[in-house]
Ligand binder design. Structure first.
Ligand SMILES: [Zn+2]
Length: 399
């Protein structure tokens, strides 16, 4: 077994642009030999956000880490910003702007986009589930549906996007929180009896871990729920991971379990559901359960397609000449946002002082300088700060 037998890119390889597309290295070679390097303004915009008319930007901190030390200036929206693909005039909204000589950063385009496409996709899906789940608990169970090397990344996106708990140990460790989970079917099968298995869990696992019984292994959920509530005195909840072949009307099963528990004096026992649940399921069941375990809906969320484009070239007079390929808007731009309704407006560089049409307040610049001549000039926000920032924006969307 070699040092890298899992076929992974190492952090050093990512930092050295080894994961980039080969055409960037060929472009580099041509530009160097033809002495054609020049000062450029590039911007990163979203070409499509699948299944949503807004996205949550994530991966900015990785990008700043990747680009720090290069002789460039970098402006970005803050990590966790909610953005749209384009403003009301159809102008694509820049989320990142880089100014510098093309050759000093061009080859980093691929890893740069990879960071934000992937992380923003997972964070956006989590945030949508957070909204759908109202005040109910959402746990990320997605580690098993992702390549193990990226499970901490999945955990990060799930947590900042609004999950209340993370089941992956390393993910939780890196976030500075305790991992959350219940029990697997294997435990019950090895005991060959639900009640004995739940009791063994209750006997042997630290008392500060909530007792949540899995109630779909052998019998009907209603029967197992009652068995669990009667067997475990401090039962916190039951989890229905009902297989799809038995699901029939899942909502009816959930409602029936709730009724039977309440009827026997177990109204404190909470109901959790899991098993291939998506955003639509959360919307459907939210009023009948206390929490959700979400897996591949987050860890395999579609990436947001971001693209990086040159929008201006330095001219001889120290100014910028607007340039752009077809389908893109040229020139340096200002990105303003109304802090009250989160509406974003893209303006030409010279324009100033714009008011939100709806809220009548002055819109504020959303892009801030993060790197100046290669040096990071702002402090990295903590994971909790990013999480709160996303939650506050979701509160606005909720209204
Ligand atoms: Zn507004």
């Amino acid at each position: 077994m070699g040092e890298n037998s899992f076929f992974l890119a190492t952090e050093a390889e990512i930092r050295n642009a080894k994961t980039t597309d080969v055409y960037f290295l060929r472009t580099e070679e041509v530009l160097k030999k033809a002495s054609r390097d020049q000062m450029v303004v590039v911007e990163v915009t979203a070409s499509s956000i699948k299944g949503s008319n807004w996205g949550v930007l994530a991966g900015i901190e990785d990008i700043l880490d990747l680009l720090a030390g290069l002789d460039i200036d970098v402006y970005t929206m803050p990590e966790g910003s909610i953005f749209q693909k384009e403003d009301e005039n159809g102008v694509k909204i820049p989320t990142i702007v880089i100014i510098g000589r093309y050759l000093s950063f061009g080859k980093y385009e691929t890893p740069l986009l990879g960071f934000i496409c992937s992380k923003s996709g997972m964070t956006t899906k989590t945030a949508r589930i957070r909204l759908a789940a109202k005040d109910k608990s959402v746990l990320s169970f997605g580690a098993r549906r992702a390549h193990p090397a990226i499970t901490p990344v999945v955990s990060y996106c799930a947590y900042i996007g609004g999950c209340d708990g993370i089941s992956c140990i390393l993910g939780a460790e890196k976030l500075g929180i305790s991992p959350t989970g219940t029990i697997p079917h294997s435990l019950i099968i090895l005991f060959q009896d639900q009640v004995t298995a739940w009791k063994a869990f209750d006997t042997h696992v630290s008392s500060n871990i909530p007792r949540i019984a899995l109630i779909d292994t052998y019998y009907d959920e209603k029967i197992e729920a009652i068995l669990a509530a009667e067997a475990i005195s401090n039962l916190a909840g039951v989890r229905l991971d009902t297989p799809s072949s038995r699901r029939g009307n899942f909502k009816s099963i959930i409602q029936e379990v709730r009724w039977e528990l309440d009827h026997r004096g177990f109204s404190d026992v909470k109901l959790y559901i899991s098993g291939g649940l998506g955003e639509e399921d959360v919307l459907e069941y939210v009023d009948f359960v206390d929490g959700f375990g979400i897996g591949s809906e987050i860890s395999a969320a579609p990436p947001i397609d971001f693209a990086l484009d040159i929008v201006a070239l330095a001219d001889e007079n120290g100014g910028w000449k607007p340039v752009a390929k077809r389908g893109k808007f040229s020139g340096r731009k200002k990105v303003l946002r109304c802090e009250k309704c989160l509406k974003i407006k893209v303006m030409q560089w010279k324009n100033v002082d714009v008011r939100c049409k709806n809220c009548k307040i002055t819109m504020k610049p959303l892009l801030t300088k993060q790197i100046e001549k290669g040096k990071r000039i702002r402090e990295k926000p903590s994971v909790e700060e990013i999480r709160v920032y996303i939650r506050e924006q979701l509160d606005v969307l909720r209204k």
